[in-house]
Design a protein around this ligand. Structure first.
Ligand code: TRP
Length: 342
C-alpha cells in the first residue's frame, strides 16, 4: 500500500497504521453502533494511531432543532470517552473545529462524479424519508472522504452500512492521485475499511429483519448504551424469535434467533454458529445474551456518569489542536499538488 505519512506524523514515533473514523452527534448510541463499529474503535487503539471525529457538520445535512447540535456533540464525546477512547493515545475532536475538512471537501467534490453520488444507498434512503433534501445530503460522501483523506488514513473502522462510502473514498483518492500526483508520489493515502465480522449487523430485537437504528423508532427493539439493567433484561426477554424452537444460526430463515446469537457472540468474542450448539431453548439464550450485554455496558455506564462537561470540552479542544496540526500538513501537500497559487 502506498503510504505517505511524511507530512504530519508525530516526529520519531514508531510508524503504526493510522485509523480514522467518525460518528454523527445525533442522540444516544445503541447496541448496534457499539457492536457494529465503536467497540472496534477502542480495541484498535492497541495497534493503530487513532483519530476519532464527531462529525457535527455531517449531522446538519438534515434539519436539526436550534441548539440541539451543540448539546449532542458533548453527549457524543462522553459516549466515546466512556466506551474507552483514550485521549492520551488517540485524538478525539469535533469536525467543525478543524476548518480543513470543508476546504478539502470542495477539492474532493471536484473529482467526484454526480453519478457516483447518486448511486449512494444512504443518500437514496435518507432522501426518501425527508421532506427537505439538502444539497449537502447529496455531497455528504465527499465530505466524509475529505475527513478520511485529510489524515493520511490507512484504515477506517466502520459498520457495514458505511462500506459503500469508504469504497467511494478509495475511488476518489485514486482519481485525485492520478490527476494531481505521480507514481512515485501519490498525494493522498488510499485507505481500507475495517468492518468487524460478527457484530457488523445487529438487528432490531422486535423487528429482526431491520437493522437496529435510532431512526426506526422501535424503543422496545433498540438497546441503548444507557439503558438500565431492568430495561435490558426486559428487551431481551421480549425479543421476537420464531416458533420452530430450534437454536440455529441462520439469518435468512431465523433472523431473531440469529440476531441473539450475533449479539452474544460479539459481546463475548465467540462465534455465533458455535454458540448455537450450547442451547436447546430460546429462554436461556435470551438470558445469556442480556447478561453478556449488561456486563459489557456496566463499566461504560459507570465511566460515562463520571464525566463532566468542562473536562470533556478541554479534551476536545486539545484534540482539535492535534488534529489541526496533521490536517494542515496534508492540506499544504494537496494545495501544492493541485497547483493553487501560493
Ligand atoms: N457517515 C458516517 C455514518 O453515518 C459518519 C462519518 C462521517 C464517518 N465521516 C466519516 C465515518 C469518516 C468514518 C469516516 O456513520
Amino acid at each position: 500500500m502506498a503510504t505517505n505519512h511524511a507530512n504530519g506524523r508525530a516526529g520519531g514515533a514508531a510508524e503504526r497504521p493510522r485509523a480514522f473514523s467518525g460518528i454523527q452527534p445525533t442522540g444516544t448510541i445503541h447496541l448496534g453502533n457499539y457492536l457494529g463499529a465503536l467497540m472496534n474503535w477502542s480495541a484498535m487503539q492497541d495497534t493503530t494511531d487513532g483519530i476519532y471525529c464527531i462529525v457535527d457538520l455531517h449531522a446538519l445535512s438534515v434539519p436539526r432543532e436550534q441548539g440541539e447540535i451543540r448539546l449532542a456533540t458533548i453527549e457524543a464525546a462522553k459516549d466515546l470517552l466512556a466506551i474507552g477512547i483514550d485521549p492520551e493515545r488517540s485524538i478525539l475532536f469535533v469536525q467543525s473545529h478543524v476548518r480543513e475538512h470543508t476546504e478539502l471537501a470542495w477539492l474532493i467534490q471536484c473529482v467526484t462524479g454526480f453519478g457516483e453520488l447518486r448511486r449512494m444507498t444512504q443518500f437514496k434512503d435518507k432522501s426518501e424519508s425527508n421532506d427537505f433534501v439538502s444539497s449537502a445530503l447529496f455531497t455528504y460522501p465527499a465530505l466524509q472522504a475529505a475527513d478520511i483523506l485529510l489524515y493520511d488514513t490507512d484504515v477506517v473502522p466502520v459498520g457495514d452500512d458505511q462500506r459503500q462510502h469508504v469504497e467511494l473514498t478509495r475511488d476518489v483518492a485514486i482519481r485525485f492521485n492520478n490527476r494531481y500526483g505521480n507514481d512515485d508520489e501519490p498525494v493522498l493515502v488510499v485507505p481500507e475499511h475495517r468492518i468487524p465480522p460478527a457484530g457488523a449487523r445487529v438487528m432490531d430485537l422486535q423487528n429482526p429483519e431491520a437493522k437496529m437504528s435510532k431512526s426506526l423508532d422501535s424503543p422496545a427493539g433498540t438497546v441503548n448504551l444507557l439503558d438500565t439493567e431492568g430495561e435490558i433484561a426486559k428487551k431481551f426477554k421480549r425479543a421476537v424469535t420464531d416458533s420452530d424452537g430450534e437454536v440455529r444460526f441462520d439469518p435468512e430463515t431465523k433472523p431473531g434467533v440469529s440476531n441473539l446469537l450475533t449479539i452474544l457472540a460479539s459481546a463475548t468474542g465467540g462465534e455465533p454458529e458455535q454458540l448455537a450448539a450450547d442451547y436447546t431453548q430460546y429462554g436461556p439464550l435470551k438470558a445469556d445474551a442480556a447478561e453478556a450485554v449488561l456486563e459489557l455496558l456496566r463499566p461504560v455506564q459507570k465511566r460515562r456518569s463520571e464525566l463532566d462537561d468542562d473536562q470533556v470540552k478541554a479534551i476536545l479542544a486539545d484534540g482539535a489542536d492535534r488534529a489541526r496540526a496533521v490536517a494542515a500538513g496534508v492540506m499544504d501537500r494537496v494545495r501544492d499538488a493541485v497547483d493553487l497559487l501560493r
